[in-house]
Design a protein. Structure first.
Length: 343
């Protein structure tokens, strides 16, 4: 039995996963509010108290965290505590691995064909084609609380997952609305102390949706009707979810989601050009999984993904299979796979 965890800026999910032959089976799972945890050991203690008998069978542990990992220590990007492998090992008494959250997702990619419960959706290109995955490289991008990126390399049946901090690269505007949004956000962040410049995550993530909401309100693109006032006056952490929930029936909020998906597609396009992942480019993270129709309606995502001014580059993008991962638990399966791959 493997204790696995996905520690993110919003939620911390722990689970027990059993390996039966070549299948990984989720036996127990519990989710915690990361902001209300002092450290990950607190979550482990609470989880163990509710699953004490199953916990006796745990013989390894793999936790994934939303931040860079060095020497089994993950310094979380969007929350203050760190995940220290030595401390977790002392708390659990078993061999412990600490990996980046998108490395965990990458380790789950080889399981997609053999684990029907890990559901994904192929996004056809605008000509209707769905390229056959081939080649050794696969890549993942995912917008959630932050913006994650990772890639997986296969070599003769062995897999190596690699993390990336690509979500913190610069953002380049390429049309009128994105240039205005960029200027707005740069001015807004420059006025803060300490001043900072926006990165790609500032536009393509949950906080990106919140930033776009502020941009639409402050520039008069959103009328301050009852729905908009309720969102603006509510908990700031709830803005992304509220925007997506109301967007289907609110034209102004729909504009935010359309802009978000367009910027997401541009970031995914850049990632595809960096890695040429002919084995597949996978869209993970909660936002895509919960807002599938905003990606698929009118080929909104793929139209932007395929667009490139160089006619020699566009065919490379047409050769990349693109998938939307619909199972939020993919990182838990990936952490379990990593625990066996890294032993």
């Amino acid at each position: 039995m493997t204790l696995v965890g996905d520690i993110g800026g919003t939620n911390t999910t722990l689970a027990l996963v059993e390996r039966i032959d070549r299948q990984f089976v989720l036996r127990a799972r519990e989710r915690f509010d990361t902001a209300h945890l002092g450290n990950v050991e607190e979550a482990i203690d609470r989880f163990r108290s509710g699953h004490s008998s199953a916990f006796e069978r745990v013989d390894r542990c793999c936790l994934s965290g939303a931040g860079p990992v060095k020497e089994r220590v993950c310094r979380m990007t969007n929350v203050s505590f760190i995940i220290d492998g030595a401390n977790v090992e002392n708390a659990t008494g078993v061999r412990t691995f600490i990996i980046n959250d998108f490395s965990a997702i990458c380790y789950a990619l080889p399981l997609l064909d053999s684990h029907p419960s890990i559901e994904s959706l192929a996004l056809p290109h605008t000509d209707g084609s769905v390229p056959r995955p081939h080649g050794a490289v696969r890549a993942v991008v995912g917008a959630g609380t932050g913006l994650g990126t990772g890639y997986l390399i296969e070599d003769r049946g062995h897999f190596a997952a690699h993390p990336s901090e690509g979500g913190h690269t610069d953002f380049a505007a390429d049309d009128d609305i994105s240039r205005e949004f960029d200027r707005y956000l740069r001015d807004r962040l420059a006025s803060q102390s300490p001043a900072r410049e926006p990165d790609a995550e500032s536009y393509v993530s949950g906080q990106g949706i919140a930033n776009a909401f502020a941009f639409f309100v402050d520039t008069g693109r959103l009328e301050r009707d009852q729905t908009v006032r309720q969102i603006a006056d509510g908990d700031p952490r709830g803005i992304p979810g509220a925007v997506s929930r109301h967007a289907a029936s609110h034209r102004g909020l729909a504009g935010i989601m359309e802009l978000f998906v367009t910027l997401y597609a541009r970031y995914a396009r850049n990632t595809a050009l960096f890695f040429l992942p002919r084995g597949g480019l996978y869209l993970a993270g909660g936002i895509a999984a919960k807002n599938e129709h905003w990606f698929t309606d009118n080929d909104r995502f793929m139209r932007t993904f395929e667009r490139h001014s160089n006619d020699k580059i566009a065919p490379l993008l047409m050769d990349v299979p693109v998938f939307l991962v619909k199972d939020y638990d993919i990182s838990l399966y990936g952490a379990a796979h990593a625990a066996y791959s890294l032993m």
